[in-house]
Design a protein around this ligand. Structure first.
Ligand code: FES
Length: 112
C-alpha cells in the first residue's frame, strides 16, 4: 500500500502555553509574536493552504527548557527561536524550500 498524500506539505506548531503560577513558559518569551509573524509571512509568501503550509497554535509541547519552541512536520524538526529574523529564516528556508535551519535547532537533550 502506498503512502497517502499529506493534506499539508508542512505543518508548524508553536507552543503558546502561558503559565500564571510563576513558572516559566514559551508565552513569556515572545511565542505569540513569533506565531503571528510566521502566519503573516507564510500568507504573504503565498504558502498558506492545502498542499502547502499550515501554521498552528499548540499548548505545551513539553520542551519548555528549550522555549520558545516550534516543531515542523513531517520532518519533526524542532526549533528554538529568539526573534522575528529567526522566524523569517524558518519560513524562507524550511517552510518554503525544505532546508532545515541548523543554527536554530533545539538541542536534543532539552526537554521540560
Ligand atoms: S511551555 Fe512551551 S514547551 Fe512547555
Amino acid at each position: 500500500m502506498s503512502t497517502p498524500p499529506t493534506y499539508y506539505e508542512r505543518h508548524i506548531f508553536f507552543c503558546l502555553n502561558e503559565r500564571t503560577n510563576g513558572e516559566d513558559c514559551c508565552a513569556h518569551h515572545g511565542a505569540k509574536e513569533a506565531f503571528d509573524r510566521c502566519k503573516a509571512q507564510v500568507k504573504a509568501a503565498g504558502l498558506a493552504g492545502p498542499g502547502q503550509v499550515r501554521v498552528n497554535k499548540a499548548g505545551c509541547l513539553d520542551r519548555c527548557a528549550a522555549g520558545p519552541v516550534a516543531v515542523v512536520y513531517p520532518e519533526a524538526v524542532w526549533y528554538s527561536f529568539v526573534d522575528q529574523d529567526d522566524i523569517d529564516e524558518i519560513v524562507e528556508s524550511h517552510l518554503k524550500n525544505g532546508q532545515v535551519v541548523e543554527r536554530l535547532l533545539t538541542p536534543a537533550h532539552l526537554g521540560r
